[in-house]
Design a protein. Structure first.
Ligand SMILES: *[C@@H]1O[C@H](CO)[C@@H](O)[C@H](O)[C@H]1NC(C)=O
Length: 342
C-alpha cells in the first residue's frame, strides 16, 4: 500500500513535469533555460541559508550541522531530530523524536510555515509546545491526561531518507499504565516538491476493540494576527466555542473568512479545508486534510505575550468523534501542507 502511494506520487509528479516542461527547440535556448533554472535555484538556496542563519541567531532550532545535511541530528540540548532537505527545491523540514513532532517546514523560497512557541522547552523536560504536535489517544481533558501521551514519549525511527521519515509509537510500560491497549501508531512525513505530506496510521494489533480521538495540534507561523485570514468552508457551520461558560456553547459561524481578534478555542466540526493567508508574507498555506481528519480546531491565546500569541495560530486537524477500531483494523489521518501565494 505504502509503496503504491509512493509510486503514484513519484509517477504523477514526473509525468506532470514532463508535460509542463517542453523540450527546448535549439541548443542555445536549452542552455539559457538551464542557466535560468540554475540561477533561480541558487537564489532559493541563498534565501534559505540566510533564513537558517537568522533563525540560528534568534535562538530557534539549532542547525549547527549545516543547512544541507540530512538525517538524525541533535539540538544543543541533546534532543534528537531528523532533518529533511529536498534536493531540487531546497525546502527543509525537521521532525523531533520526542512527541514525533514536525517543528519546521521551510519552502524553497525560505518561508517557515510551522511555529514553535518562544516558551517551548526543547530539552525534553516537557512536551514541545509547537509544531504539528500529536494529541493521541485523547484530544482534550478526559480519562487520561490532557492531549494524551503520544507527545510525551520518544517515537522510534523505522525508516528515513533525505526527504522522508517514518516514526513509530508502540505500547510501553509508561503508556500501558494509562491505556492498556495493543496499538501501533506510524507517523510518516515526506518533503515533496510542492508540499509537506504527513500520514498518521493507527493500527489495533489486539483482539478487543479500542476507541481513540486524534489531532495534529498544528502551530503555524503568522507575521502578525492582524495580517492573517483563515479561509475555508466555515460559513454557516456550527462550532463549539469552548471559552463561553463552563462547558462551552454551540454557536454558528457567519463569516466566510476568520480573523482572530480575541482568545480562540473553537471546535468546527465538519470543516477540514482551512487555508491560512498571511498578508505580511504574501503567502498562503492550504491544510489539505485528505483522509481521516474531519474537523478543525482554532486556538490562540490572544494577549499572552509569553506564548508569543501574535506570531502563531493553531489550526488543528482533528478527529473529534472517537474512532472505534476493531481488533486488526486501522485508521489513517492524511494531511498535507501546501504553500501558495496570495
Ligand atoms: C527521549 O530521548 C532523549 C534523547 O534524545 C532522552 O534524553 C530523553 O530522556 C527521552 N525522553 C523520554 C520521555 O523517554
Amino acid at each position: 500500500m505504502k509503496l503504491t502511494i509512493a509510486c503514484l506520487i513519484a509517477c504523477c509528479s514526473s509525468s506532470a513535469l514532463g508535460f509542463v516542461v517542453q523540450q527546448p527547440s535549439s541548443p542555445a535556448l536549452a542552455a539559457s533555460s538551464t542557466a535560468l533554472f540554475d540561477s533561480r535555484r541558487r537564489q532559493k538556496l541563498a534565501a534559505r541559508s540566510k533564513w537558517i542563519d537568522n533563525r540560528g541567531i534568534s535562538g530557534g532550532t539549532p542547525t549547527a550541522e549545516g543547512s544541507s545535511k540530512t538525517g538524525l541530528m541533535k539540538n544543543s540540548d541533546g534532543l534528537e531530530y531528523i532533518k529533511l532537505v529536498h534536493p531540487d527545491t531546497g525546502a527543509t523540514s525537521e521532525v523531533y523524536l520526542l512527541g514525533g513532532v514536525v517543528t519546521s517546514y521551510v519552502d524553497g523560497d525560505g518561508t517557515e510555515f510551522i511555529a514553535v512557541r518562544p516558551d517551548a522547552k526543547m530539552d525534553g523536560s516537557k512536551p514541545i509546545s509547537g509544531g504539528l504536535s500529536h494529541c493521541w489517544p485523547q484530544f482534550g481533558p478526559g480519562a487520561i491526561q490532557q492531549h494524551g501521551f503520544a507527545r510525551n514519549v520518544n517515537w522510534s525511527v523505522k525508516d528515513m531518507s533525505d526527504t522522508s521519515c517514518v516514526l513509530e509509537l508502540a505500547p510501553s510500560e509508561y503508556t500501558k499504565e494509562m491505556w492498556d491497549k495493543e496499538f501501533l501508531c506510524t507517523f510518516s512525513v515526506a518533503l515533496e516538491e510542492d508540499q509537506l505530506s504527513t500520514k498518521m496510521l493507527v493500527e489495533n494489533k489486539g483482539v478487543e476493540a479500542l476507541d481513540f480521538q486524534a489531532a495534529l495540534h498544528s502551530y503555524f507561523t503568522v507575521s502578525a494576527l492582524d495580517k492573517l485570514e483563515i479561509a475555508g468552508s466555515f460559513a454557516g457551520k456550527d462550532f463549539l466555542n469552548k471559552l463561553v461558560g463552563d462547558e462551552g456553547e454551540m454557536q454558528t459561524e457567519e463569516r466566510e473568512v476568520i480573523t482572530i481578534t480575541e482568545e480562540y478555542d473553537r471546535v468546527y466540526k465538519g470543516v477540514n479545508d482551512p487555508i491560512l493567508k498571511d498578508a505580511g508574507t504574501g503567502k498562503s498555506l492550504s491544510v489539505l486534510n485528505n483522509a481521516g481528519w474531519e474537523d478543525t480546531v482554532l486556538w490562540n491565546p490572544f494577549g499572552n505575550e509569553g506564548m508569543g500569541y501574535n506570531n502563531f495560530v493553531c489550526v488543528e486537524s482533528v478527529k473529534f468523534d472517537p474512532v472505534s477500531l476493531d481488533g486488526g483494523s486501522s485508521w489513517t489521518g492524511d494531511m498535507a501542507l501546501k504553500p501558495g501565494s496570495l
